[in-house]
Write a protein that binds this ligand. Structure first.
Ligand SMILES: [Zn+2]
Length: 165
């Protein structure tokens, strides 16, 4: 199944879309090595500790990028999610484009109630932004689309990092 915006893409973009849609898994060579970080992340979020959350997410980003042999990226965890239009921004991926590395920005509090984001949705956001990075650097796609395959890759990482989920 392709998403409705597929129809509006150019033939070159459609090729990128279909390639992205065809990859369903991101096998990690050693997911287990990252499990202690997951446990620490749950606790850091429970304690609403931004510094520690950021440090742990950087560890996760480092572990994932090194296991998958893609360039390291910078990662920032900020406080309250910004609102763009009517949507709350959960995370952001910015390509390196002239900088030394790509950047992932995550927000740990919801815009409306300023509550700390639930652990699972926070981890999903981190993995979602990481999947954009993998599109460019692991699969060498010229663009990164939200395809069904993209969301399957996000889930694939999620279930390796959180096997009981
Ligand atoms: Zn996205």
């Amino acid at each position: 199944m392709v998403f409705p915006y597929y129809k509006k893409l150019s033939p070159a973009q459609k090729r990128i879309y279909l390639k992205s849609d065809g990859i369903h898994e991101v096998p990690l060579p050693d997911a287990k090595a990252l499990h202690p970080l997951i446990t620490r992340l749950i606790s850091a979020l429970e304690h609403e500790d931004r510094d520690r959350t950021e440090e742990i997410c950087r560890g996760l980003a480092m572990g994932l990028t090194s296991q998958l042999c893609v360039p390291l990226l910078r990662l920032k965890v900020l406080a309250v999610r910004p609102i763009t239009g009517s949507e709350e921004l959960h995370g952001l991926y910015e390509l390196a484009e002239g900088r030394t590395s790509a950047v992932i920005i995550l927000w740990m509090r919801t815009a409306r109630h300023r509550r700390v984001v639930a652990f699972r949705s926070f981890l999903r956001t981190l993995l979602h932004e990481m999947c954009h990075h993998l599109d460019y650097h692991l699969y060498n796609l010229p663009d990164s689309y939200h395809t069904e395959g993209f969301y399957k890759r996000e889930s694939s990482l999620f279930h390796q990092l959180l096997p009981e989920a």
